[in-house]
Design a protein. Sequence first.
Length: 316
Amino acid sequence: MNKNYIKDYSRKISERMWNLPDKGELESRREETYIDDIIQKSHIERKLLENLEGIDTVFDAGAGSGRFSILLAKHGCRVTHFDISQPMIDKAKELAEQAGVIDRISFVKGALEDLNDYTNKSYDMVVSFDAPISYTYPNQERVIGELVRIAKKRIIISVTSRLGSLPYLANPIQKNQFILNEHSDDPFVQWCISNRQNAIDSFHLKKSDIEKLMADGLMGGENEIAEYEKGGAPWCITYTFMPNELEGLLRHFGVKNIEMAGPGAYARTVPHELLVKIMNDSKQRSDFLDVCYKYDSNQYVCGMGKDNLLAKGEIE
């Protein structure tokens, strides 16, 4: 499919999906709902807190409902919370008010494809989590370059992992493994549970789909565009990165001392029943998250993180 054709739809699909009225509320509750979100966000939080020395100003790109912009503000940073979704921004403002840090956060609605209003090296640190960069296809490389451009000291980002995403094509019930509370009123939780047996019964391995994703890294396209045209709100067209690809791009844009991680790699080896047991015991949860952080930071497993590939680096 023509990249320019997809380009016209990629941003429009992202805007419609993330601006659904319930997005802010649902996203703010993910750590109450999904174990993989607990693990991923715990990993990111630790990485951030290890890298705050000398950091005063932060640009949070695709900041969502404020999980990390609020955390950073609590630790004394002045944060620009930048997101494409008004419901997400509204929820972030509500949570920032509750946390007593709203005066340290500036809220800006915008798309990552357009950062022209920001000057070179205008923030000590730039962060972007939960893969908004991957939703800017075919502009993802330029977006990374722009985020590096406005960073003065440090950049920490996560993108959709190609190696981490490939197992979904052989396991349509993978998300069920990470449901923390099967009685949650989250509509996706209930869909996963009610659709589990049908997903198994109707599954047929498609080698060609796996090989295509391995080759071009692209999830979505014609079906998503067709659904959008019918008035639907499909999942974003998503570009998935290989670890060496992301590291190479960051190096190309001048980033040094790059560290990679794949949050969720260790947890993928643990059955659902045991994950739930671990998460419902505070001591086991704390110990497990410690182990996950160390294991998932190993360069040899970084590509097999649950959904995201994390990279941190220093700016010249």
